[in-house]
Structures are given as C-alpha cells and as structure tokens.
Design a protein around this ligand. Sequence first.
Ligand SMILES: [Zn+2]
Ligand SMILES: [Zn+2]
Length: 263
Amino acid sequence: MNKDYLLFFGNGGGRYNSVTQYLATGGFQIVIGDKFRIHVDPGPSTTAYLKQMNVSPETVNAILVTHLHLDHAHDVPILAEGMRSGKTAPPVGTLVGTPDTIAGVDEYHRGFFKQIYQLSVGDRFTLSEDHQVEVTATHAEHCKNLQAIGFIVSANGWRVGITGDTVQYPGFTEAYSNVNVLIAYLRGPENYISKSHLSLDTLAPSVAEMRKAGHLRAVILTHFGWRITNPGGPIRSQEQASKLKNHTDVPTHAAYLGFKFSL
Ligand SMILES: [Zn+2]
Ligand SMILES: [Zn+2]
C-alpha cells in the first residue's frame, strides 16, 4: 500500500472567500511518499495555512495552477519565496500552468523556479522521474479570453482528476473517465446556473457516467463559493456531498481545511 495522500489547505473559492477567508483559499497538495509535494492552486493566504498545518513551503516541489484568477494563483510568488531556502539559494522546483498563467507571474519570481512548463490541453509530461509522476492537462471552459485547464496527475497506480474552474462541456465525462479520484470545483449549489462554473446539477450526471467506467473511487468537492456557505446561512458543503453520493452512489467528500485523503 502506498502512503500517498491529498491534503487540503482550504475549500473556498470565488471573490467572497478570497477577500474574507471565511472559507480558506489555500488549495491542496498531492503528497507522494512523503517526499514529493505538489501544491495545486495556491490562492490568497496559502502560506498562512501551510504554517497553521506545520507544512514547510521548503518541502514543496511543484506548483500546478489551473488558471490565473486570484483564488487559484495569488500566492504563487509568495510560495515561490518559501520554496527557496534563503536569498542566495539557487532556483528550485517546478511551476506548471497555461501560458497565460505563467505570463501572469512576475519575471522576478518566475526566476525562482528551476523548471517551468507551459501546458495546453492534451499536453502530458513527467513531473518527476524519481517518483514517476505524470501530469496531463485537461480541457476547462471557464471565462472568455483566459486560458484555463484541469489536470490529471498520476503516480503509483492512482490517477487524480482535477477539474479546475469549468462549466460542463461535451467531453467532460470522457476526460475524467479513467481517474480514481475526482476533485471537482463547485462554486454554487444544485440549481445554481453559472456560465463559468460547475454546479451539482451539471456534475452529477457526469459522475454517474464516470462510475460506469469502473475506476472512480471517490469524488472530493471543493472551491465552494458564498452561495454554498456564508456567515448568514447554513453550511451546505456537506449537504452537496451527500446529494452527489445519493445521486451517483460514489463516495463523496466535502473538502475542508485540514482534510486528508489517502490515495
Ligand atoms: Zn475559482
Ligand atoms: Zn476562475
């Protein structure tokens, strides 16, 4: 059995949570053999949550960014500062994103990375030879004039799908039909109509289809917006997970700050 796991530094997305941190926007990590750490979508305050959870930024080996919106990319520079140990240290680690995303990181901090991969949909590369980590860029349809992608990350026999911010699109189900764990970015609850994000109504039929392929072990919901949980209303993240589970029969978790999931 492998010791690989996912670790969440929040479950929030969107403007409200980026500003208030009512739900933390620190993204999540894929940790491989306790030796190789991939941080996905470091939004605002990521480094504060790393500190809170006793994870040193120096242990991060790679940053994957789905797109340039602040709730996904804001803390790339500050995390890059933390990945290097000291001002004169040589470049370390890898930054992965669309050309838009990479161009959105200032030149000074781009120089902190040893490697930078600019990905387009369908691109696949080996992120770590030592740990045999492969990354594939999947399609995401999010906002006009902004390149957005999702990812499939695989190692040690598991495959994790990461939707990024996207609407449902033709081919979405097929794109993730071979993953074992799907991390789905929701912003609103069921019956929330969005031109840029998934809602439970659009996600559920796809997950039901993915289940038929026989690989899907769990779905993890994250990137909740204020429509799902806000100070004046009920906490609906767990309710969303229960509804998806009831609809699809696939074990579904609502991510939270500190949530750990074994791969
Ligand atoms: Zn977002
Ligand atoms: Zn976005």
